[in-house]
Design a protein around this ligand. Structure first.
Ligand SMILES: NC(=O)c1ccc[n+]([C@@H]2O[C@H](COP(=O)([O-])OP(=O)(O)OC[C@H]3O[C@@H](n4cnc5c(N)ncnc54)[C@H](O)[C@@H]3O)[C@@H](O)[C@H]2O)c1
Length: 329
């Protein structure tokens, strides 16, 4: 489908926590009218302030071409599911709890047209399980965003067993109009693509640290200064082309058998979580934070998000190489 043919239609976002609010801002930034639904009592007011903050942040970062007032005009902040009636697509962003999601789907499907598309932002619940909870499973799929949604290009579209592929392909086209670089996973694989790649790295890194072969800081440093130097431009497979395939093949042969293949989770993770550590959010994680130190990290991350978004736009693949490239595998 030619993305130019898609006219922005009303989109519903249900659940206005960390991700839901950020997704609302991303959709508004790309010119879509949004019905943002706060499903729990008292959340609407909090969400209004949070979304206003995010809009200001997006504006200061230069990713709000239409300006704040136009975005606010296009936003309907509601608590009543009936207000979703004119939404052609509804994005569910409530807590990662299947029972709660199930109740939310009942309320969504009671309000929207039967051919509306319903999507979940779940990180870990299989789409094939969630789609059993709606009357039209073929029009249900996963749309997995990254945080902050209005400053990241990532969008992973995932089919469940019963998803109609043409619906998923349509959502990929929509994703381009939301300013994303969408990917399509035709089979509902646990962890989707992104978590499978990242957690393979976590398994290896945690094992190296647990065995005392390196430190957490050095594992982080290696990742930052090696992968970090090229990954936003080329991804992992094009990187192999740059390194030379013969060298890559030799390294694959030598290293695959050496890599960690464990199924248990390193004890240090369990100990940290049991001790109440939540990460930077409560200033207690794999690293120790003072309040000032944590704030500096949060500010740096926010600035970095803006810079990397801008850098990735400058090196956008479709602008640099407008003709479609062939790949061998
Ligand atoms: N945080 C991330 O970076 C991230 C990334 C990708 C996907 N996700 C997924 O997005 C979804 C939302 O995650 P989040 O980080 O925004 O969570 P969050 O805790 O910030 O927000 C969850 C929202 O769920 C809703 N909610 C809570 N209890 C409810 C109830 N009993 N009934 C109805 N609604 C209720 C509320 O609107 C609440 O704000 C999850 O499925 C999560 O796996 C999160």
């Amino acid at each position: 489908m030619d993305n130019g043919q898609i006219k922005p239609m009303q989109v519903g976002v249900v659940g206005l926590g960390l991700m839901g609010s950020s997704i609302v801002v991303s959709l508004l930034a790309s010119g879509y009218p949004v019905t943002a639904l706060a499903p729990i009592p008292g959340e609407k007011e909090k969400a209004a302030m949070h979304i206003a903050d995010l809009l200001r942040h997006a504006d200061s970062a230069g990713v709000l071409p239409r300006g704040i007032p136009t975005c606010i005009d296009a936003l309907r902040l509601v608590e009543d599911f009936e207000q979703l009636a004119d939404c052609r697509i509804v994005l569910e962003c409530v807590v990662e709890d299947q029972e709660i999601k199930s109740k939310v789907y009942q309320q969504i499907t009671a309000s929207v047209d039967e051919d509306a598309i319903i999507a979940s932002n779940t990180s870990a619940i299989p789409i094939s399980e969630l789609q059993r909870l709606v009357p039209r499973p073929e029009r249900f799929l996963g749309i997995h965003w990254a945080e902050p949604a209005y400053m990241t290009r990532f969008l992973e579209v995932t089919c469940g067993t019963d998803t109609d592929l043409s619906v998923a392909e349509y959502v990929v086209s929509l994703g381009f109009t939301w300013g994303k670089e969408p990917t399509l996973l035709k089979k509902d694989i646990r962890g989707f693509i992104t978590n499978r790649l990242m957690y393979a790295v976590y398994r290896e890194a945690l094992s190296l640290v647990e065995a005392g072969h390196t430190t957490l800081t050095d594992a982080d440093k290696v990742f930052r200064y090696d992968a970090g130097a090229w990954i936003t431009l080329m991804g992992i497979f094009r990187r192999m082309d740059f390194m030379g395939l013969e060298d890559s093949l030799n390294t694959l042969r030598q290293l695959f058998g050496q890599l960690d293949n464990r199924e248990d989770v390193p004890a240090v993770m369990q100990q940290l979580v049991t001790s109440g550590a939540k990460g930077i959010h409560n200033r207690s994680g794999l690293y120790a934070y003072t309040e000032a130190h944590a704030k500096k990290w949060e500010t740096a991350f926010s600035r970095f998000n803006r810079d990397i978004y801008e850098l990735a736009s400058r090196y956008n693949e479709r602008n640099l190489f407008p003709t479609r490239e062939e790949h061998i595998l």
